[in-house]
Design a protein around this ligand. Structure first.
Ligand SMILES: NC(=O)c1ccc[n+]([C@@H]2O[C@H](COP(=O)([O-])OP(=O)(O)OC[C@H]3O[C@@H](n4cnc5c(N)ncnc54)[C@H](O)[C@@H]3O)[C@@H](O)[C@H]2O)c1
Length: 412
C-alpha cells in the first residue's frame, strides 16, 4: 500500500471542516490515492460537493460521492457495507458517523481487512473497544482514534514536562468546552438525543483523554449531572452537563460541557483546562486557554459561516487554511497533523513484511501512547459507559475498576 485508497464514512461537519481537507492535502502531496465519501443521503454531501472553501483550497480535486441517488433524501444506511466490501484489502476507512454508529462501521472495516481512523469517541461501550482491539491486532491493522487535542503542541509540551516531574502530581482541575448554540440547528438534533449521547460524552471526552495523555493517570469514578433541553425540532438532549472525574491517585477533574455558548461571543466556542498540582515544597500549575489564543480580529462584515461574528478571536492552532503559494491553500494546525499522523501510521504498518512485524509496530504505537488506540485509550470507553449510567441516574457516582478483564463501570 504505497498510496492507500481512503473511504470516509460520514459526510457531516467534521468531514467538511477537518477530515476531507486533511486527506485532500495528503492526496495532493502524492501520499494517498483515491478518496470516496459515503453519507446517509445524497443531500448530506452537498456542502462537500459545492462548498466554496474546499473548492478554493483544493482546486481540481474531487472525491467519489455515495450515495449518488436521484432522490437526494433517500436514506441508504447500509451502503457503506457494500463500499467497504468492494475495497481492496488493507486500505483505510475513516469513520465519521454519529457516535452510536461507530462500532458497526469500524467492525465492518476491520472484518474486510481495512485500517481505521475513527473520530472520537471510539465507541460508547468498553466491551466494544476490547473487541475492536482484538480484531485489529489479530489482523495486523491500525485503529487510530482521532483525539486531535493530543497533537496540539501545548498538550505535547505539558505531557513532556509532566513526565519529567516538572509539575509534580495532579490534584484538582477543571476543564470546559461549550459549543455555540447554533449547533442545535445542525444535524445534531437528529442524533444527539438523551438516549444516545450527551454533551459530556460528545465533547467532554477530549479533556478526560487529555488529562490521561498529560499525566498517565487513569479515571476510577465518574458522575455526570445533565440538564435536558430542547433542540429546535423538539428532540430532547442533555445539552448542558457538569461532570466530575476521579483519578487513580485521588485527583479530581470537573468538566463542564454544553451546546449553549452564545452565538455572538467571539470564539467559535469556549474551552480550556486548568490543573493544580502538588510539588515537593510548592504547588504547580498547568493553565491552557484553548479558545483565546491571542488573536483579536474585528472584520468589516460577517462571513457567511454559521456562528460568524464581526469581532472574532480565531484559533490559529486547530485548523486553518494558509496561502503558501498554491496550488490552492494549505491546511495547517493540530487538526491536520492528527489525521496525517494516523494515516501515516497505517502506511507504516503496511510497509512491514508479515503479520509478526505488523503486530510489533502496533505494540510500539500502543506503548508510545501518542496516537490513541483501542489498546492504550479504552479508559475513555469506561468513562463514557460510566457517564451514561450516571447521567441517566441523576448524576450518581459510578466507579470504574481497572483490573484485567474485569474493567467495568460499577454503580455505587
Ligand atoms: N472535536 C471532535 O473531535 C469532533 C467534532 C465534531 C464531530 N466529531 C465526531 O464526528 C462524528 C460525526 O460528527 P459530525 O459533527 O460530522 O456530525 P454530523 O451530524 O454533521 O454528520 C454525520 C454524518 O454521518 C452520516 N451518516 C449517518 N448515518 C450514516 C450511515 N448509516 N452511513 C453513512 N453515513 C451516515 C450523515 O449523512 C452525516 O453526513 C461524531 O462521532 C462526532 O462525535 C468529533
Amino acid at each position: 500500500m504505497t498510496r492507500p485508497e481512503i473511504l470516509i464514512v460520514g459526510g457531516g461537519m467534521i468531514t467538511h471542516d477537518q477530515l476531507l481537507p486533511s486527506v485532500y492535502h495528503m492526496q495532493r502531496q502524492g501520499r494517498i490515492g483515491e478518496i470516496a465519501v459515503c453519507a446517509l443521503r445524497t443531500r448530506d454531501l452537498q456542502p462537500l460537493v459545492s462548498g466554496a472553501g474546499l473548492a478554493e483550497a483544493f482546486p481540481g480535486q474531487t472525491f467519489r460521492a455515495y450515495p449518488d441517488s436521484a432522490d437526494p433524501d433517500l436514506a441508504q444506511p447500509d451502503l457503506f457495507r457494500e463500499l467497504i466490501t468492494r475495497m481492496a484489502p488493507r486500505n483505510i476507512v475513516v469513520v465519521a458517523v454519529p457516535d452510536h454508529l461507530h462500532f458497526d462501521v469500524i467492525m465492518t472495516a476491520l472484518r474486510h481487512n481495512q485500517h481505521v481512523c475513527a473520530v472520537k469517541p471510539l465507541v460508547l461501550k468498553h466491551e466494544e473497544a476490547l473487541e475492536i482491539e482484538r480484531e485489529a491486532y489479530s489482523r495486523g491493522l491500525v485503529v487510530g482514534i482521532e483525539y486531535h487535542k493530543r497533537f496540539d503542541d501545548r498538550s505535547l509540551m505539558a505531557r513532556r514536562k509532566y513526565h519529567a516531574g516538572l509539575f509534580g502530581e495532579f490534584k484538582l482541575g477543571s476543564a470546559w468546552l461549550l459549543e455555540k448554540s447554533y449547533y442545535r440547528h445542525s444535524n445534531f438534533q437528529n442524533w444527539m438525543t438523551t438516549g444516545n449521547t450527551d454533551a459530556f460524552t460528545y465533547i467532554g471526552c477530549h479533556y478526560v483523554d487529555l488529562v490521561h495523555f498529560i499525566t498517565g493517570l487513569l479515571p476510577v469514578g465518574v458522575s455526570v449531572y445533565g440538564i435536558p433541553d430542547r433542540f429546535p425540532n423538539g428532540n430532547e438532549g442533555f445539552l448542558w452537563t457538569d461532570a466530575r472525574v476521579i483519578w487513580n491517585n485521588g485527583a479530581s477533574l470537573s468538566v463542564q460541557n454544553a451546546l449553549g455558548f452564545p452565538d455572538n461571543a467571539p470564539g467559535t466556542n469556549t474551552q480550556g483546562l486548568v490543573m493544580y498540582c502538588n510539588g515537593e515544597d510548592d504547588g504547580a500549575l498547568i493553565s491552557h486557554s484553548d479558545q483565546y489564543r491571542g488573536l483579536k480580529y474585528a472584520y468589516t462584515r460577517k462571513s457567511g459561516d454559521p456562528g460568524a461574528t464581526i469581532y472574532a478571536e480565531p484559533s490559529p492552532d486547530y485548523f486553518q487554511y494558509v496561502d503558501l503559494g498554491g496550488p490552492g491553500l494549505t491546511p495547517v494546525g493540530y487538526g491536520y497533523r492528527s489525521v496525517e499522523y494516523i494515516i501515516q501510521s497505517c502506511i507504516r504498518v503496511e510497509s512491514a513484511r508479515n503479520l509478526d512485524e505488523r503486530q510489533q509496530i502496533l505494540r510500539e504505537f500502543d506503548a508510545a501512547g501518542v496516537m490513541a488506540t483501542p489498546g492504550n485509550s479504552s479508559y475513555n470507553e469506561l468513562v463514557i459507559e460510566a457517564a451514561r449510567e450516571s447521567i441517566l441516574n441523576e448524576g450518581r457516582m459510578v466507579d470504574i475498576r481497572h483490573a484485567g478483564d474485569l474493567l467495568q463501570p460499577v454503580s455505587t
